[in-house]
Design a binder for this molecule. Structure first.
Ligand code: PAF
Length: 276
C-alpha cells in the first residue's frame, strides 16, 4: 500500500482516504463519493480495530461482510480497498500508542476509556500506510472527528481532515453499522434520539440558551421511550468538547443512549440544519 501510494504521489496524483470498519451503509458511501470529488485516487480501508474496543464491548460480534462491502462500493468510484490482517497491524511486540489528552476525556471518553487512544493510534498508522492528502470522516462520531483533527494539528501531520454531515434514514435515525443490532420493536425508541435533537434545536431557536434546561427536557423525552438507558446528554463547545452552562459560542448537543442492548450516539450543532 505504501509503495503504491508513493508511486501515485510521484506522478503528482492526489489521494483521498476513507478509513472504515466495514459493514457499509449509505453514510460510508456518501463519504466515498465525496472523497472521489477531492482526489484522483480514493482508498478505503476496512479494518475492525481491536484496540478501540473495551474488554466488554462488541469487537467479536461487530458485523463483518467483506463481499457485501466490496459489492456496495462498486457505484462509488473507489479505487483501492485496503484490508489488512490483525497480525500486520499489531504484530507481536507492538507497544506504541497515540493519546490525545483533553478532547477525548468527556462524552464517550468517560464510558469508553481507551477507545479514542485506539482510534487515534489506528488512524495514525493508516495515514502512514496510505499516505493520503485528505482523509474523510463522518461527523456522527463528532468526538472522533475532533480528536483526529487535534492529533493531525498537534503532530504536524501532512494531511487535511474533512468532516461530512451525518447521513440519516428516512425516519431520522442516524446511519450506523450498529443499527443492525436493533430489534424491530426497538426502532421507535431509537428514533427518540433524532426527535430529541429536534426538540433541543427548537428550544434553542425559541431563545433558550441554558444547557441545563435543554438537557433536562431532552432527557425527559428519551426516558419516556421504552427500553432506553441514557449514558449521557451533554452540551459542549465544538472545539474543546467541554460542557458549557450556557450556549454563547458554537455548541453541540451530544447524546449516547442504550436502546435495548445497542448503544447509539447522535449529535447536533446548534443553529445548523437538522434534516433527514
Ligand atoms: O469510525 C470508524 O469506523 C473507526 O473508528 C475508524 C475511524 C475507522 C478507526 O478504526
Amino acid at each position: 500500500m505504501q509503495s503504491y501510494s508513493e508511486s501515485l504521489r510521484l506522478q503528482g496524483k492526489r489521494i483521498a482516504f476513507v478509513p472504515t470498519m466495514g459493514y457499509f451503509h449509505e453514510g460510508h458511501l456518501a463519504l466515498m463519493k465525496e472523497a472521489k470529488k477531492m482526489a484522483d485516487c480514493v482508498v478505503v480501508s476496512i479494518y475492525v480495530n481491536p484496540t478501540q474496543f473495551g474488554p466488554k464491548e462488541d469487537f467479536s460480534k461487530y458485523p463483518r461482510d467483506l463481499y457485501r462491502d466490496l459489492k456496495m462500493t462498486e457505484s462509488t468510484g473507489v479505487d483501492v480497498i485496503f484490508y489488512p490482517p490483525d497480525k500486520e497491524m499489531y504484530p507481536a511486540g507492538y507497544q506504541t500508542y497515540v493519546d490525545v489528552e483533553k478532547v477525548t476525556k468527556n462524552l464517550c471518553g468517560m464510558s469508553r476509556p481507551g477507545h479514542f487512544r485506539g482510534v487515534t493510534t489506528i488512524c495514525n498508522k493508516l495515514f502512514n500506510i496510505v499516505k493520503p492528502h485528505v482523509a474523510v470522516f463522518g461527523k456522527k462520531d463528532f468526538q472522533q472527528f475532533v480528536s483526529i483533527k487535534r492529533m493531525v494539528d498537534d503532530l504536524n501531520m501532512d494531511l487535511q481532515i474533512t468532516g461530512l454531515p451525518t447521513v440519516r434514514e428516512a425516519d431520522g435515525l442516524a446511519m450506523s453499522s450498529r443499527n443492525k443490532y436493533l430489534q424491530k420493536n426497538e426502532r421507535p425508541s431509537a428514533l427518540t434520539l433524532f426527535r430529541s435533537l429536534k426538540l433541543a434545536q427548537k428550544l434553542y431557536s425559541g431563545g433558550e440558551k441554558k444547557s441545563s434546561v435543554i438537557i433536562s427536557k431532552v432527557k425527559k423525552l428519551i426516558k419516556k421511550a421504552d427500553c432506553t438507558d441514557i449514558d449521557y446528554v451533554k452540551i459542549c463547545g465544538t472545539n474543546t468538547l467541554n460542557d458549557v452552562k450556557e450556549i454563547k459560542s458554537q455548541s453541540i448537543i451530544v447524546l449516547a443512549v442504550k436502546v435495548g442492548k445497542t448503544r447509539l450516539i447522535d449529535n447536533h450543532v446548534f443553529g445548523e440544519e437538522l434534516k433527514v
